[in-house]
Design a protein around this ligand. Structure first.
Ligand SMILES: CC(C)(COP(=O)([O-])OP(=O)(O)OC[C@H]1O[C@@H](n2cnc3c(N)ncnc32)[C@H](O)[C@@H]1OP(=O)(O)O)[C@@H](O)C(=O)NCCC(=O)NCCSC(=O)C[N+](C)(C)C
Length: 496
């Protein structure tokens, strides 16, 4: 049983809107309450960014998008839902009042998370009737892409609530990290605050400008942090002797005058103007929307890289994405069970995303192979060769591929793939896949491929079991009646 079938977002700004997108893209209907006159437009823009980002992030079958329902009152928004996420401005009295109102109308077992960046959950739950179901669920912007949620209970929060909250955020592809004790600003914002304080001093004292400071981070430890965080990185820095050696070597430096850690810079008009001007220069005219697009594409790229990390097992946020996709495939597999074998099988629908485009301004070579591979994966799921099947020790491996490029695919272009079986026997599946422009049906590329059924442990081809062959049979029979595709059997250098 899922924890979240229906959600509510109270407060729909950048954070609340992105929570709404997270829920909706996980197939969950969301009630939204936000008195801002332009709430619908703002959330619509966040949703559009989120959808674009998910289009790049995953080929797994996302469930039908949940509905967004704009409500006139908090009562209307929260009645009957399973999870309420409060994201109103960061003022204790305001948040406490809103949470108390949510508490009055929500189902007694509904979970209530607050997006506060630093207020104590005990303070927020002070006036509630059912405070045991309230906690901090602190996300990071953009919430629809960054998976972390800090889960922090107050004095009256039950441990059962935190457990359910952890399960709930996992359902929407997020990583719930439980913070052991409540403390202002929790863990993430404490760390950011320390760095931010130091950074402001470096600018104030003319040690560097904003661009230099950002470059120092993004070309070095920023990349390390994204994949291993602080302590695991330092463990490696300690060499063979590990963490203890690192602490012995670098610990004493903490007493050197390297930081202004406890001093707070005076953010007077002059410093604000200095940082503002440097930041404007750094942006070289790029709008916030443009920067958001670049940020989202980069985040997707980082997550893809991490998904391939650790020898393909996935690492950190990439492993989380891989696990989320496994669940999506497991659910979405049902959709693919019905098909019409009287023609080529339509197995994939996608759009060319920015990361797939090369310096010639069109989709680059290896992305074609990715789409062909994703299409053969879809065929395999259709005949029962899914994650469980592979985990049990058998699979199909591709042993030969012949790709032809007949047209170009441009950024944002909608594509679909169709697959035609040419021949099969107990070991072999020989098939022909076309990538089409989804609107016109024009063929942009084709691949003729051969897969062999293998015993993965033995690393040898073996006959597929009867149940797999039985699922392949109706497709083979249907496709035997089709004409052999133009281009099948061609080789490079052959005259047309
Ligand atoms: C393990 C492996 C796939 C096969 O090795 P093998 O058991 O030694 O196999 P044989 O060479 O003996 O071949 C078995 C039979 O299949 C026939 N065969 C082989 N290649 C072809 C071909 N290209 N076209 C037609 N027939 C072919 C061969 O003649 C044998 O026939 P018999 O009648 O005598 O049984 C091994 O090759 C291997 O590990 N290869 C690497 C595979 C790989 O890593 N591929 C890339 C992975 S991408 C992928 O798999 C994508 N996806 C499917 C998951 C989406």
């Amino acid at each position: 049983m899922s924890i979240i079938s229906k959600a509510a977002c109270v407060g729909g700004g950048v954070i609340g809107g992105a929570w709404a997108a997270r829920f909706a893209l996980a197939g969950i209907d969301v009630n939204i309450f936000d008195p801002h006159p332009e709430a619908e437009r703002i959330i619509g823009e966040v949703m559009a960014n989120a959808q674009k980002a998910y289009g790049m992030l995953t080929m797994a079958p996302l469930p039908p998008r949940g509905k967004l329902n704009f409500c006139k009152t908090i009562q209307q928004a929260v009645e009957g839902v399973d999870w309420i996420q409060e994201s109103v401005p960061e003022r204790l009295e305001l948040k406490r009042g809103v949470i108390t109102e949510i508490d009055a109308f929500a189902r007694p077992d509904a979970l209530i998370g607050s997006s506060t960046s630093g207020l104590l959950p005990s303070d927020l739950q002070a006036d509630m009737k059912n405070p045991e179901r309230m906690f901090v669920a602190h996300p990071y912007n953009p919430v629809y892409l960054l998976p972390l949620v800090e889960l922090v209970g107050g004095k009256k929060t039950s441990s059962e609530t935190i457990k359910r909250a952890e399960e709930g955020v996992a359902e929407i592809g997020m990583k719930g990290v439980v913070i052991a004790k409540e403390i202002e600003a929790f863990v993430g914002d404490r760390l950011l605050e320390a760095l931010w304080r130091e950074a402001l001093w470096l600018i104030q004292d003319d040690i560097c400008d904003t661009e230099t400071l950002d470059n120092v981070m993004r070309y070095s430890f920023g990349m390390r942090w994204a994949q291993m965080g602080l302590f695991e990185t330092y463990r490696i820095a300690g060499g063979e002797a590990g963490m203890r050696h690192f602490l012995a070597q670098f610990g004493p430096c903490l007493k050197w005058p390297w930081t202004k850690f406890t001093d707070v810079v005076d953010l007077d008009d002059a410093l604000v103007e200095k940082i503002g001007a440097q930041s404007d220069a750094q942006a070289v005219g790029r709008s916030i929307r443009e920067l958001e697009r670049i940020r989202d594409e980069n985040l997707v790229g980082i997550m893809h890289a991490l998904k391939a990390g650790n020898g393909g097992e996935g690492w950190g946020a990439g492993k989380l994405l891989a696990d989320f996709e496994k669940r999506l495939w497991a659910k979405g597999g049902d959709q693919a069970k019905s098909y019409d074998a009287s023609g080529p099988l339509r197995l994939l629908d996608t759009k060319v995303n920015a990361a797939w485009v090369d310096y010639n301004g069109h989709m680059t070579e290896h992305r074609y192979l990715q789409l062909f591979g994703d299409t053969s994966d879809a065929l395999l799921r259709l005949i029962g060769v899914d994650f469980d099947y592979v985990e049990a020790g058998h699979s199909y491996y591709t042993v030969e591929t012949h790709i032809r490029h007949l047209g170009e695919a441009k950024l944002g272009q909608a594509l679909c793939t169709t697959l035609q079986l040419l021949a099969s026997d107990e070991k072999r599946v020989h098939f022909f896949t076309r990538i089409h422009d989804a609107a016109s049906g024009d063929v942009i590329a084709t691949a003729e491929q051969m897969m062999l059924h293998v015993d993965a442990k033995a690393g040898k081809s073996v006959p597929a079991p009867a149940e797999v062959l039985a699922k392949l049979k109706p497709i083979a029979e249907g496709h035997a009646k089709l004409a052999v595709p133009e281009g099948a059997g061609r080789y490079v250098g052959q005259k047309r």
